[in-house]
Design a protein. Structure first.
Length: 182
């Protein structure tokens, strides 16, 4: 009889009382939450479109400072451990000489994540997935800003954008490529 008591207790704990099983609360029951963290640096990832409605994947960089930033000191990547996925924002990675290229205060820089570097300096050597990363890294190896993201089902065609623009967490929204997030 004592052997059957633990089994009876386990069965009673699993029985919702109506003869069926009650579903666990899941992601669909949770309140919406932004992704990533709030911006803290001067040069940040501001918006990503992993599966836009048309065209190539893209990401947007924003200079939040009051001064121009020389892009020769920065890379963008979707994978910190894959050097072949680093895209130099200034156009010439070290040790090559990089002619200063400035992103003005409050300006946006659009990078196409199409894995087609032959298309020009605005094209990165990687594509974005629905579950991926976007990082701004200094040429000294410092991670300046990072986002690890996951697009929910049904969010294809939308971007993940910082709201409020240049400051907040990332939220699924209508793309504002090269402009302020709404």
């Amino acid at each position: 009889m004592l052997r059957l008591l633990p089994i009876a207790l386990m069965l009673a704990a699993c029985d919702p009382g109506d003869g069926g099983s009650a579903p666990d609360a899941g992601a669909y029951d949770a309140a919406p939450r932004g992704q990533g963290s709030e911006a803290s640096g001067a040069l940040i990832v501001n918006e990503v479109a992993a599966k836009p409605a048309s065209g190539d994947d893209w990401l947007e960089i924003l200079n939040r400072s009051n001064d121009p930033i020389d892009l020769c000191g920065f890379f963008v990547t979707d994978s910190l451990d894959r050097l072949d996925h680093y895209h130099h924002l200034g156009g010439a990675p070290p040790p090559a000489v990089c002619t200063p290229s400035y992103l003005g205060a409050g300006e946006y820089l659009l990078i196409y994540a199409d894995d087609d570097v032959s298309a020009g300096p605005g094209h990165a050597p990687f594509k974005l997935g629905l579950a991926d990363e976007a990082h701004v890294v200094s040429t000294e190896g410092e991670a300046v800003d990072s986002l690890v993201f996951l697009h929910a089902r049904g969010d294809e065609g939308l971007s993940l954008a910082r709201l409020p623009d240049g400051e907040g967490l990332f939220w699924a929204s209508e793309p504002t490529q090269g402009g302020a997030n709404l």
